[in-house]
Structures are given as structure tokens and as C-alpha cells.
Write a protein that binds this ligand. Structure first.
Ligand code: NAP
Ligand code: MG
Length: 462
């Protein structure tokens, strides 16, 4: 795989300040495929300086022109779609077809949506005797995870640029090649020097330096709740804007009137896609006691069918962690009906699609984010019980409700403490706000709500 040995700062690839590098590993065969520089505080300083210098001109660029540049970026992503998919497959391990449709396809949709929004958004509004302006917040520090390497970047950078902000990105250490490819695309799209900057590196070094940097006006973080809490505290101390997109433990609620086969089948596929490494995955399946045994059978079948279509987990640490959770589930008394803790292949960080039955709501496998291909099927007695279980975690990122008609599902969804719910298998909408209730985070990404995160208001009275 092609890799840059520098950082993309101020519109060019510059030598890194330090000499340490990060080895990029293909999780399907455990081979090192490239090395990228491990950034240090000096690299972050240079990048924040470049972003700061570029800010006034970019903020003053008419929205229609910013929109044109984002559209050009979208076009480069389209032209390089295959290369993106191959890169994601090489460093994340996702099956190539999933990389093409989801890892490359979704960011193209999102970039396109922000090209349109930048052109159409009302950046000023008349309120009585005032004009209210929506102005860019300034320099954004973006810190992203590896699970959707390009989507997580585009979901922050596209709205930030649409708003008129400039950006320094610290991508996940496991997936820096996709981030370098994105920086190339930014360059090719003619986005002015310093508007977007990339510093590859380790979280506790480059990530922390970025989150703490006094020149950063807003920190947008996606990743684990533990790191998110720390970043939120740092931002709070500096009275700095912060957006946090953290973990989830979402419920797939199957009401008694639902089409059971469909609800179970879609539910299993929802978790197994990306090997369960999706923060919004419906990892808890809630089924009424009258249909429980049938659901368990359908789920075990669906998981077994998924079999070898599943990709590996991202790294050795996640491989150990996820298999540890499966062992814990067995130890807690849950009944394994598909998969298990054994590694299904000799090479690569693979885990078989795993389904647990007889899971009770308080078990660790029903409470904690596993981030692997593991579904817990939980029994409920009535709707009140289902709602208590669905809402009974510290998280509130996503969910699903299935019923014979949409109205019945909507009535239940409205009582869920969660940021987004798919009704009877609703489709992904790149314009719908995405984000969490409770400890799943602060702020929203995507669509107009995502854009407004990067804006602050000023009112002039006449
Ligand atoms: P993580 O450590 O929170 O990583 C997210 C990003 O934050 C990465 O770029 C990471 O850099 C960086 N980071 C780490 N420590 C930091 C610090 N002290 N200051 C600033 N930035 C820092 O998450 P992870 O280790 O990749 O995954 C662990 C768990 O997080 C998973 O098992 C899963 O439960 C959860 N997770 C959630 C999401 C989500 O979308 N909500 C995504 C990924 C993971 P490095 O890459 O160098 O660590
Ligand atoms: Mg980490």
C-alpha cells in the first residue's frame, strides 16, 4: 500500500517533526502493509497554525464557493472510489463489497449532501429588529476512530468546511492510509492550503495535543466513552465547544405483532456488517416471551448463514477483547446458540458471528459495548418490560422497532431514550441527525443539524 512519510499541513506534505512511525497491519492476514509517521506536539502545533492562518479567508469565502469546493471533493472521492475501498479493506479488513458500498459509498453521499447544504443553508436570518448571523466557530480539532475510517472523517470535515471552519484531523492509528487518501482528495479538489490539515499519530500523544491545543476552538471526537469523557473535561476546562459521538448498546425491539423473520434477519445483518464494529449496531434483540424460541432459532440460522462473509476485527487487541466478552457471556450463564470464543481461522483477527440466548438485562454482555459480531437475545413479558430493558443502559445512540404497522412502532420509539430509531427496517438517511442521548454523546452529525455544530450565532439589532 502507498503511504506518505509526512503530514499534510498548509497544503503540502511536510516532513514529520519526530522519527517514530506507526506500522499499519492488514487484520485479515496480520501482515504489515505500510508505515506512517507518528505525529508529536510539534506537528500538531504546525497544523493548528496553518489552520488558524487559513481561517479568515475561508470563513469569508461565499458559501456558494465553499459549496463548489466540497462538490469537487465529492467528485474526487467518486473518481477514486475503488482505491478508497481497497485501502479500507487493506487496513480495516472489511470485505471488499462492503467497502465499496458502505465505506466508500456513504462518504460520497455525505460529502454531496454538504455541497448542497453549504449552498442552501440560511447563514443569516431576520428576527424582529435583528439580523442573526451564523458564523463559523474557527479551528476544528477532529479526532476519529477506525470503524468507518472515511465516513467518520467526512462526517466532521464536510460540515466544518461548509460552515467556513478550518480543520486539523487526527485519524485512528489503525486506519491512517484512508486518511492520507482523503488528504490527497482535498488537495486535488483545490481546497485552499491550510483549510484541511492531517496529523497521523497516537491518541495519547497527537490526539491529546490536539484536544488540549489553545488554538483549537472546537473539538469533535468520535470513539470510546472513556476517551470521550476525558476530552469533554479538557474542553470544559478551556470553555471550548465540544462534540462527542461515543458508544452504544442499542436495542432491536421486536413487538409481538411484527414480521418476526424479517425483524430477526435484518437485526442480525445489522450487527454482523462491519463485524459488529458499529457504534449504532442493534446488539440487544428484545423479543416477547410468546415468540422467543422461534426468534432464537431464526437468529442462530441467520448468524450461521453469515458465516465466512464476515471480515476480521480491526486489531489483535479488539480480537482478544471481543473473545473475552464471549467467554464472559458463557460464564454469566447465557446460552450460546451460534459462534463462540474460538478463533475460526488460524490467521487474521476473525470471530464467528455469535448469538446468545437467555441473556438477562443486567449481564455484562447486555450492558457493555462489545464492538464485535455478538448479539444478545433478551426476553420481555410485556411492553412496559420491553421499554425498561430498552432504556436500561447508560447508552442511547440508536435502536429499531418492529410492529405490524408503523404507528404502533412509532408510539414505542417515541418513549425510547435514544437518538435515532429505524421503524420496520427504515433506510439510512444521510440528512437525518445522528448522535446520542445519555452517555452516547453530545451533539449531532449529518445534515443541517451536523452543520450547525460548527456555527455560532451573532445578532445585530437595528
Ligand atoms: P479510542 O481510543 O477512543 O479511539 C478514538 C480516537 O481517539 C482515535 O483516533 C484514538 O487514537 C484517539 N485517542 C485515544 N486516546 C486519546 C487521548 N487520550 N486523547 C485524544 N485522542 C485519543 O477508541 P479505540 O481504542 O479505537 O476503541 C476502543 C473502544 O471504543 C471500542 O471497543 C468501542 O467500544 C469504542 N469505539 C466506539 C466508536 C464509535 O463510533 N462510537 C468507534 C471506535 C471505537 P488511537 O487510534 O491512536 O487510539
Ligand atoms: Mg485507542
Amino acid at each position: 500500500m502507498k503511504a506518505h512519510d509526512g503530514m499534510y499541513i498548509g497544503g503540502e506534505w511536510r516532513g514529520a517533526a519526530g522519527t517514530d512511525t506507526i506500522a499499519v497491519v492488514n487484520p485479515a492476514d496480520e501482515q504489515v502493509i505500510a508505515h506512517v509517521p507518528a505525529g508529536i506536539a510539534e506537528d500538531v502545533d504546525a497544523a493548528v497554525f496553518a489552520a488558524h492562518e487559513a481561517f479568515p479567508a475561508w470563513a469569508a469565502t461565499p458559501p456558494a464557493e465553499r459549496a463548489a469546493r466540497i462538490a469537487a471533493l465529492r467528485d474526487v472521492l467518486v473518481a477514486r472510489k475503488d482505491e478508497i475501498a481497497e485501502t479500507v479493506t487493506a487496513e480495516l479488513g472489511a470485505p471488499l463489497q462492503f467497502s465499496q458500498t458502505v465505506h466508500a459509498g456513504v462518504p460520497i453521499l455525505v460529502a454531496g449532501s454538504y455541497a448542497e447544504l453549504a449552498a442552501s443553508y440560511a447563514f443569516e436570518e431576520k428576527v424582529g429588529n435583528s439580523i442573526v448571523y451564523a458564523e463559523p466557530v474557527g479551528v476544528v480539532g477532529a479526532i476519529t476512530p477506525w470503524n468507518y475510517p472515511l465516513h467518520q472523517i467526512v462526517a466532521k470535515v464536510a460540515p466544518a468546511l461548509a460552515a467556513g471552519c478550518t480543520v486539523v484531523l487526527k485519524p485512528a492509528e489503525d486506519t491512517p492510509l484512508t486518511a492520507q487518501l482523503f488528504a490527497e482528495a482535498v488537495h486535488e479538489a483545490g481546497i485552499p492550503a491550510g483549510v484541511f490539515n492531517l496529523v497521523t499519530g497516537l491518541g495519547p500523544v497527537a490526539g491529546q495535543a490536539l484536544a488540549e491545543h489553545p488554538g483549537v476552538d472546537l473539538v469533535s471526537f468520535t470513539g470510546s466513552t472513556a476517551v470521550g469523557k476525558q476530552i469533554g473535561a479538557t474542553a470544559g476546562g478551556a470553555v471550548k465547544r465540544v462534540a462527542l459521538e461515543l458508544g452504544g448498546k442499542s436495542a432491536n425491539v421486536i413487538l409481538p405483532s411484527a414480521d418476526l423473520a424479517k425483524a430477526v434477519g435484518v437485526g442480525i445483518a445489522n450487527v454482523m456488517g462491519n463485524s459488529g464494529q458499529t457504534c449504532s449496531a442493534w446488539t440487544r434483540m428484545l423479543v416477547h416471551t410468546s415468540r422467543y424460541d422461534e426468534a432464537v432459532e431464526l437468529a442462530a440460522e441467520a448468524a450461521a448463514k453469515y458465516g465466512d462473509r464476515i471480515g476480521p476485527l480491526v486489531n489483535a487487541k479488539q480480537h482478544t477483547r471481543v473473545r473475552g466478552y464471549i467467554e464472559k457471556g458463557v460464564a454469566e450463564g447465557a446460552r450460546l446458540v451460534a459462534g463462540g470464543p474460538e478463533a475460526p481461522r488460524e490467521q487474521g483477527y476473525f470471530v464467528s458471528p455469535t448469538v446468545f440466548a437467555d441473556v438477562t438485562p443486567e449481564m455484562a454482555i447486555a450492558q457493555e459495548e462489545i464492538f464485535g459480531p455478538v448479539v444478545s437475545i433478551i426476553r420481555y413479558e410485556d411492553e412496559g418490560d420491553a421499554l425498561r430493558i430498552a432504556n436500561g443502559t447508560v447508552y442511547g445512540l440508536a435502536g429499531a422497532v418492529w410492529a405490524a404497522d408503523d404507528a404502533e412502532a412509532v408510539a414505542f420509539a417515541r418513549r425510547m431514550d435514544t437518538g435515532q430509531v429505524d421503524i420496520n427496517g427504515g433506510r439510512f438517511n444521510p440528512l437525518a441527525p445522528f448522535g446520542g442521548y445519555k452517555q452516547s454523546g453530545v451533539g449531532r452529525e449529518l445534515g443541517a443539524h451536523g452543520l450547525s455544530e460548527y456555527l455560532q450565532t451573532k445578532s445585530l439589532q437595528f
